[in-house]
Design a protein around this ligand. Structure first.
Ligand code: SF4
Ligand code: SF4
Length: 616
């Protein structure tokens, strides 16, 4: 048997390859990025970084309509961008299997919000699988392709950060070749005119009925019979947390959460004394369970935000009592009556699962409080990061700055304080535009947007067009570090390389900005900090929209070979001007600045700003 250690992301890629996937598209976003990076290693799958998630899903849908198996992957907020084609895809269906992966981020390790994308499956009326580990991630991906084709519907797979980035042993298989079926014109199916879409919606409801029946019997949903005192219903990685804390109780582990297997849940609930629903973030399963008239404990004890882990589960639910209940009459039988379940008394008046000495149950809020005494590590830009110079140049200007999504969002923190908002991809420019329209001349501060190069291609261009078309006085600063930095250096339309490393057209941002109608386009080198500040200052004095391209490759992409800088302590007056850069390689020792040689990238920005010429 062939076994491999794979992360959840790698396992999904492996499952897609084994399922005979032909086309895969994504926009990089933690924790989903490695799915496409792994798939790109298989030469028989066409893979691309699309310009955004909507584009990626439409590319995959196009491949599916052409009869190829296709996958689109994105992080949870990416599905918001792709929601438009998602709902249409549900109506159209899937000729070649169409699988969409959403990688949710409970605990917001690297995201601007915390959302539970299981509700997308419910709203779009499509099936959803929730793997708990890498083996299931691979198996469910294969299964999702089968279900997609059999039921003519796109299928969502929801993973979370812990599943995406944890590694475990996976039994791997071979690729099942699925020849591309070819394109067949089906206007009534693929042209969503109202007259067609009405019929497709009815068809979708029928497909859902058949999927409901499938959900009741699929092996992705399984009962693990333990003590009948407690029955835990859970999905995803929450299952492993519960098994670790409560190994002896009964489980209904749901791998397919939509459509919800109502009969299976009723049957399981009727066979246990007390039902507990354990799931991360929102009460998705709990709402379904309660809608069946089954009393359940869930978010009244467990947190609705943040990640779960065994500690949180234990703190929130207490530990199982060692005291056994008297067996109730007919306890070996399974009743389908929800009333019978509800009429039972709680097993124990001393906490939910009962407590043992030394274990307290905590409120949901308290349960996710971090472990005490962990040292805090404030986030900072890397030594030599070109954004450092840009934010220094923006400091103390009379401006309101719309920020965007990327490592440069750290410019909102001290010492820069150079960002007023961070909303979603591309919103820096549209925020600044809205702000400009609202404040007009009543506020003298210029409206500025700071957006990265990859984010600009993702969804900044339309905002820039809006600035020009609707005439606002916004200065857009494009922090062009020649890569998608935050997710690990993926290429984009400006880098001149595709995901597979092939050379391609490198889109010229300056030319693009001019083509959008911006007349004043200025390029600056953020390593020349003083000059950058001077140019930005001059630009801000002139009315009208403008684009500043702050161009320098990411410090991790092009490692400098320069020698670390040193501070001449004779010259240093301790004025701390250099500390305004926020470079982590600079620190104060007594009254003088010191460069930490191990960290210093030798970029010279500190030397550029030191008024005494003390940094050599
Ligand atoms: S800016 Fe120059 S003089 Fe001022 S603290 Fe830094 S090294 Fe010393
Ligand atoms: S040269 Fe100065 S700004 Fe650049 S990394 Fe070294 S200490 Fe930081």
């Amino acid at each position: 048997m062939n076994r491999k250690l794979l992360s959840g992301d790698e396992a999904i890629a492996r499952g897609a390859w084994e399922a005979g996937c032909h086309v895969a598209a994504a926009y990089p976003g933690t924790p989903s990025t490695e799915i496409l990076e792994t798939l790109a290693g298989f030469s028989d799958v066409y893979c691309e970084w699309s310009t955004n998630e909507k584009v990626a899903l439409e590319v995959a849908l196009g491949a599916s309509i052409s009869g190829a198996r296709a996958l689109a992957a994105m992080k949870h907020v990416g599905l918001n961008v792709a929601a438009d084609p998602l709902f249409s895809a549900a109506h159209i269906g899937a000729r070649g299997g169409l699988v969409i992966v959403t990688a949710d981020d409970p605990g917001l390790h690297s995201s601007q919000n915390e959302q539970d994308n299981r509700f997308y499956a419910l709203a779009a009326k499509i099936p959803m699988f929730c793997p708990a580990d890498s083996q299931e991630a691979k198996d469910f991906t294969r299964l999702a392709f089968e279900v997609s084709e059999e039921y003519d519907v796109p299928v969502l797979i929801r993973i979370t950060t812990r599943v995406a980035h944890s590694s475990s042993i996976v039994t791997i298989g071979e690729r099942a070749e699925r020849p591309v079926k070819g394109y067949e014109k089906q206007v009534s199916k693929t042209v969503l005119l109202p007259v067609h879409a009405r019929i497709r919606h009815v068809d979708l409801e029928h497909r859902l009925d058949r999927l409901r029946a499938y959900s009741e019997r699929t092996s992705a949903n399984r009962v693990e019979q333990g003590e009948r005192r407690i029955g835990i219903i859970c999905d995803g990685v929450a299952y492993h947390y519960c098994r670790e804390v409560f190994p002896e109780v009964s489980y209904l582990k749901l791998g397919m959460v939509n459509p919800f297997p109502a009969s299976l849940v009723r049957k399981f609930a009727a066979g246990v004394d007390q039902v507990i629903v354990v799931e991360e973030v929102d009460p998705f399963l709990e709402l379904h369970v309660r809608s069946l008239g089954i009393e359940a404990t869930g978010k009244d004890k467990l947190p609705r935000w943040g990640e779960l882990n065994p500690r949180v589960v234990r703190l929130a639910l207490g530990r199982p009592s060692t005291r056994r209940q008297e067996p109730r009459e007919g306890s070996g039988e399974i009743s389908t009556s929800a009333q019978a379940v509800n009429s039972r008394q709680p097993n124990d008046g001393n906490g939910l699962l009962g407590t043992v000495a030394g274990t307290r149950q905590l409120s949901p809020d308290k349960a996710i409080e971090p472990e005490p005494d962990l040292p805090s590590r404030p986030p900072a830009l890397c030594p030599g990061c070109p954004h450092t110079g840009l934010f220094y140049a923006l400091q103390k200007q009379r401006v309101i700055i719309g920020g965007d999504i990327g490592c440069y969002t750290l410019g909102a923190l001290p010492p820069h304080n150079s960002m007023d908002t961070c909303i979603d991809m591309g919103a820096s420019i549209t925020f600044a535009h809205g702000c400009d329209k609202a404040l007009g001349r009543n506020d003298p501060r210029r409206r500025v947007a700071v957006i990265g190069d990859s984010t600009f291609f993702h969804s900044g261009i339309t905002g820039l067009l809006n600035v020009v078309y609707n005439k606002s006085d916004v200065v857009v600063v494009i922090a062009d570090n020649r890569t998608t930095g935050m997710t690990g250096h993926q290429d984009h339309p400006g880098t001149g390389r595709t995901l597979s490393g092939e050379e391609t057209v490198a889109v010229d941002i300056a030319a693009l900005a001019r083509a959008c109608g911006i007349e004043r386009v200025v390029a600056v080198d953020p390593y020349r900090v003083k000059e950058t500040r001077r140019l930005i200052r001059e630009l801000l004095k002139q009315p009208g929209p403008a684009v500043v391209i702050s161009r320098r490759p990411c410090a991790l992409l092009v490692r400098l070979r320069e020698k670390p800088r040193k501070v001449n302590t004779e010259k240093c007056t301790g004025c701390k001007t250099c500390l305004g850069l926020g470079c982590p390689a600079l620190t104060m020792v007594g009254e003088k600045t010191m460069v930490l040689e191990d960290l210093c990238a030798g970029c010279g920005m500190c030397a550029d700003v030191c008024p005494q010429g003390a940094i050599e």
